[in-house]
Design a binder for this molecule. Structure first.
Ligand code: ZN
Length: 89
């Protein structure tokens, strides 16, 4: 079965400051907690009661929207820690 995925290729910008950051936002991901419904239902029916006693609560993860977004921040900085690591034998 086909599956939609988002791939972010990371490459430092040609020009920039010593410490730059980039922000990417990807939206319209279906909330996996509520399966995109935005809410949960709980049937309070018990044996012999009416079947229309249902509680509906919003999904707290997606705030009832049924969707999530990814806010990705990349901070570019000198690779000093890795540089020290690479010079140690
Ligand atoms: Zn949700």
């Amino acid at each position: 079965m086909s599956k939609k995925e988002v791939i972010l290729r990371i490459k430092p910008p040609i020009t920039g400051l010593r410490s730059d950051s980039e922000v990417f936002r990807y939206d319209a991901f279906k909330c996996p907690s509520c399966q995109g419904r935005g809410y949960f239902t709980k049937n309070n029916e018990y044996h012999g009661s009416a079947g229309d006693d249902i509680d509906i609560t919003d999904c707290h993860r997606c705030n009832g929207t049924g969707r999530l977004c990814a806010n990705i921040v990349i901070r570019w900085m000198p690779d000093e820690v890795m540089g020290d690591f690479n010079t140690k034998k």
